[in-house]
Design a protein around this ligand. Structure first.
Ligand code: UDP
Length: 359
C-alpha cells in the first residue's frame, strides 16, 4: 500500500491561497521539484516549470495538464524570454546540480549552475516586484562539521579547495549568502530550505544517492555496496513530507530572511540501512564493503554523522515527518519494480500532512 500524503489546500499561510496562485518552479522536473509541482497542481495552482532536463525527467510531470506549462531550458536563458506581462505570485528555485557523484564528475558545470542560476532567479524575483522565493539549499552547507545535530546558526567547516567535494557545499553557501543579501538589501521575501537526505519514489540512484541504489541492488539480488565500514549515519526523510513543507514555509512571512533545516529525526547507519532494505524487500543480497577510494576519488571525505536539528521548522510551521522509512523503502521498491517508467506524476499519492504557519 502506498503512503497517503499531503499538500492540503487548507495549509494556513499569511496569504489567501484559496485563489489559484501563479507558481514558477525551477528544476520542476527533478526529484523534489516534481513532487512539489504535483502538490501545487493538486491544490489548483498554475505552475510554470523551467528545467533543462539535465537530471530531471519530463515524465515526472503530467504530459498534459491545463494548469502546467513546461519550458525546457537553462534558467539564465529562459528568464529574459519571459515577457514583462508574465506575472508570478511565488517562485520555488530547485534547479541545481545535485548528487556527490555528479559534482565530482563535472565540477565546473556544478559550480556554475548553482551560482549563476541562483543569481539570475533572485535578480528576476527582485526586478519583478519582489516575488516571494524559496531557495533550495542543502545540508552539505555545513561541510564537515562534526557537531551533532546541525543547527541553522552553526559555524560551517569546509575542507581544502583541492578537494572537489566541498565545491558543492561552497556553491550552495554562496546561494544562501545571495538570497539573504537580497532579503537584507531589497526586502525580498526569501525562505531558504536546507534539505537533509531526502528520499522517496522518483529518486534515481545514478547520481550516488544511497537509498534508491540499495533498493535497486536488493531487488536485483546483487551485492549491496556499502561505502567504507557502514558506520556513518544519516537521517532520511520522505520527499512527500519535504515537498509539502515548501509552500507553507514560503507563505509564512516570519520565515522570510531565514534558513530552515528540513529533514528526518531518526538516525540510521548505512550498514543498518542496507540490512533493513534487504529484509524489507525480501532480498537474498549480501552486503559488500567498498573502500571510499574506489567508490569516489582519492581524498574523498565522507561525513560520519549527518543529523539535522529541526526544532526551528517544527516550531515555525509545525513540520513533522509523517511517512516512515519502511514505507518509503516499500514505495521506492514499488516504483522501481514498475520499471522506473512511471514518473512522479503517475505516482498515486494523496497528500495529507497538516502543517500550519504559526502566525
Ligand atoms: N553510500 C553507500 N553506497 C552507495 C551510495 C552511498 O554506502 O551506493 C553512502 C555514502 O558514502 C554516504 C551515505 O551512503 O555515507 C549517504 O550517501 P548519499 O550520497 O545518499 O548522501 P550524503 O552522503 O550526501 O549524505
Amino acid at each position: 500500500m502506498s503512503a497517503t500524503s499531503s499538500f492540503d489546500s487548507s495549509l494556513a499561510s499569511h496569504r489567501d491561497t484559496t485563489q489559484p496562485l501563479r507558481c514558477l518552479v525551477t528544476g520542476g522536473a527533478g526529484f523534489i521539484g516534481s513532487h512539489l509541482c504535483k502538490g501545487l497542481l493538486d491544490q489548483g495552482h498554475d505552475v510554470t516549470v523551467i528545467d533543462n532536463l539535465s537530471t530531471g525527467r519530463r515524465i515526472n510531470l503530467p504530459e498534459h495538464h491545463p494548469c502546467l506549462r513546461f519550458i525546457q531550458s537553462d534558467l539564465a536563458a529562459a528568464l529574459p524570454a519571459l515577457g514583462k506581462g508574465e506575472l508570478f505570485d511565488e517562485i520555488y528555485h530547485l534547479a541545481a546540480a545535485v548528487g556527490v557523484k555528479l559534482i565530482i564528475a563535472d565540477p565546473i558545470n556544478s559550480i556554475e549552475t548553482n551560482i549563476t542560476q541562483t543569481s539570475a532567479i533572485l535578480r528576476f524575483a527582485h526586478e519583478r516586484g519582489g516575488i516571494p522565493i524559496l531557495i533550495a539549499s542543502s545540508s552539505e552547507v555545513y561541510g564537515k562539521s562534526t557537531k551533532v545535530p546541525f543547527s541553522e546558526e552553526d559555524d560551517v567547516h569546509y575542507g581544502s579547495t583541492t578537494v572537489t567535494r566541498w565545491s558543492y557545499a561552497m556553491s550552495k553557501a554562496v546561494d544562501e549568502y545571495l538570497a539573504l543579501a537580497y532579503h537584507q538589501q531589497h526586502a525580498l521575501p526569501v525562505a531558504i530550505a536546507r534539505f537533509f537526505n531526502t528520499v522517496g519514489p522518483g529518486q534515481v540512484g545514478d547520481y550516488g544517492m544511497v537509498l534508491p541504489r540499495f533498493v535497486q541492488q536488493a531487488l536485483n539480488s546483487e551485492p549491496i555496496e556499502v561505502y567504507g565500514d557502514g558506520s556513518q549515519s544519516r537521517c532520511f526523510c520522505d520527499v512527500r513530507d519535504i515537498a509539502a513543507a515548501l509552500p507553507v514555509l514560503l507563505r509564512t512571512k516570519s520565515a522570510h530572511g531565514r534558513v530552515f533545516n528540513l529533514g528526518g529525526q531518526t538516525p540510521i547507519t548505512i550498514q543498518e540501512l542496507a540490512q533493513r532494505i534487504i529484509y524489507n524487500v525480501g532480498s537474498s543480497s549480501i552486503i559488500k564493503h567498498i573502500p571510499y577510494t574506489q567508490a569516489y576519488a582519492p581524498g574523498f571525505e565522507d561525513l560520519a554523522i549527518r543529523r539535522p536539528d529541526t526544532s526551528r521548522v517544527r516550531s515555525e510551521i509545525n513540520f513533522s515527518q509523517r511517512i516512515g522509512l519502511d514505507q518509503t523503502i516499500a514505495d521506492v521498491a514499488a516504483w522501481i519494480t514498475a520499471g522506473k517508467g512511471p514518473g512522479v506524476a503517475q505516482w498515486n499519492v494523496k497528500w495529507d500532512v497538516k502543517m500550519e504557519a504559526q502566525r
